[in-house]
Design a binder for this molecule. Structure first.
Ligand SMILES: [Zn+2]
Length: 224
């Protein structure tokens, strides 16, 4: 099977904090020579350390990581979000602010979009279609997609690698049980390593080892 690891909510400004386990998550990706699709939040990149910028550049150059546009503010409220229930111009500006910033910081062009809480509306679809650089869009399975003119990547592995309701949201044995029921050519797992604890990280390493031992291939959307 081909596997996409969709890692959300990467805040580059927190990268060097000890309690922020994203840096160790990315070390696991790098040390195992695999890849993940990293959802970067634009506003959290405005003032980052030079060491962080260089580290991310290295991950991008080694193809351990590709970035997806995961909003500028990561705004989410009860009845609206950065990409639903807001005006077209607001959504367009949010998308382009991230694109320009990432290009400036990392000399990198983001080709994939994944919304805040996977929530989109008609305005988002217009923005995505108009942004010629975008080639891929992550979509949660219940959303209507008729009008999207980009390649859709379904979040068909939702809830398999990470269960948000548990104290430890990653568990190898549960993963193995659920994964053995999967019959897909490509599966996309969503995760939020910035909210993980030490146990989640250990369980994730076991999952990576298991997938590698069973000869599954890790890819990013850009390799489709
Ligand atoms: Zn998010």
């Amino acid at each position: 099977m081909r596997i996409i690891l969709k890692a959300d909510d990467f805040r580059a400004d927190r990268f060097t904090e000890k309690v922020y386990l994203y840096s160790r998550y990315l070390s696991i990706i790098k040390d195992n020579n695999i890849c993940c699709s990293l959802g970067i939040i634009g506003s959290a990149c405005e003032h980052i350390k030079e060491s962080t910028r260089l580290y991310i550049k290295e991950l991008l150059a080694n193809k351990n990581v590709t970035l997806f546009n995961h909003s500028y503010y990561h705004f989410l409220a009860e009845h609206s979000s950065e990409f639903s229930g807001t005006p077209f111009e607001y959504q367009r500006d949010s998308v382009y602010k991230v694109q320009f910033l990432i290009k400036k910081l990392f000399d990198y062009e983001i080709k994939t979009f994944g919304s805040v809480a996977n929530s989109i509306d008609k305005n988002t679809i217009r923005v995505i279609n108009q942004c010629s650089v975008f080639k891929y869009v992550y979509i949660y399975k219940y959303q209507c997609i008729e009008d999207i003119k980009k390649q859709v990547i379904w979040l068909n592995g939702y809830g398999i690698l990470e269960h948000k309701e548990d104290k430890n949201c990653v568990n190898f044995e549960r993963f193995e049980d659920l994964f053995n029921e999967v019959n897909e050519e490509i599966i996309t797992f969503q995760m939020h390593p910035g909210g993980w604890n030490e146990i989640d990280l250990i369980e994730f390493e076991k999952i990576v080892k298991y997938l590698k031992d069973n000869k599954h291939t890790f890819i990013t959307p850009e390799q489709l």
